[in-house]
Ligand binder design. Sequence first.
Ligand code: NDP
Length: 296
Amino acid sequence: MSAAIIDGKAFAAGLREKVAGLVPAFEAAAGRKPGLAVVIVGEDPASQVYVRSKGKATEASGMASFTHKLPAETSEEALLDLVRQLNADGAVDGILVQLPLPRHINEQRVIATIDPDKDVDGFHVVNVGRLATGLNGFVPCTPLGCLMLLEDRLGDLSGLNAVVIGRSNIVGKPMAQLLLSKSCTVTIAHSRTKDLPALCRTADILVAAVGRPEMVKRDWIKPGATVIDVGINRIDNGEGGTKLVGDVDFAEASEAAGAVTPVPGGVGPMTIAVLLRNTLVSAYRRAGVPLDKGTI
Ligand code: NDP
């Protein structure tokens, strides 16, 4: 059996185009562009790459991008002051503080200071609660991107057995909530789960968000299942260099699954596309410009 490859790169490009297509109508109605503020503290090279690509993608979609680069020694109070300023700034619809933060800054306190209605990352407890209770809020970008890929592939998800490996606040838990909201029967697995391969074999939908290279093997996968690989792991390529792999053994999964996301080119590109989508939705909501449900 040869699995279909779920092309997250193409889907994300389509979503970004849709976002860009909805910017002019907002601008005409509100008299300004939707705006995303991204805050980075310190010099972490991976974070700098992420922040640069978020800024570029924001501008490419026609929205305003405000990047705030703060030195590593910035105090927590100074960062909280900046977040409060951005909360009050009418040109800012989305605020994203790039994680991880330096150790002397309490991440939870920073997230709690972001206005929940500008929290386009969906990490604020108010948005976590909204997701859990089925209210309109912001959902973390990576799991929402996974859900979009699943619905695009499978249509109605109701009644399907879903197993999510990983219970982090940014991927595993919100992923499970989203699948539950679509009437899947959801099991969350983690490092203490017993007989993980047997559990995974019950899954029509298997989402791996673990951070362990190529952990999910062929015999973990129910024949025909849809496999979403969130993992991003850099490993030796055996030729003196490195390569990116997911949490799923892609070659093996391709022989058992009905469909599988590749790494790179699967879930990864969805994260920024959904961030832009959340920012656009925030702008429409905050300005009171109507946006039909289901438009994006
Ligand atoms: P975390 O480290 O926060 O969580 C990992 C989860 O995996 C934990 O719940 C942990 O269990 C579980 N786990 C670890 N080892 C095992 C094991 N042997 N068996 C079963 N479960 C295990 O990671 P994140 O959720 O932040 O990220 C997961 C992966 O997704 C990473 O590779 C990350 O790079 C990637 N990622 C990709 C994104 C994208 O844009 N595509 C965005 C965000 C993350 P326990 O809770 O018991 O410790």
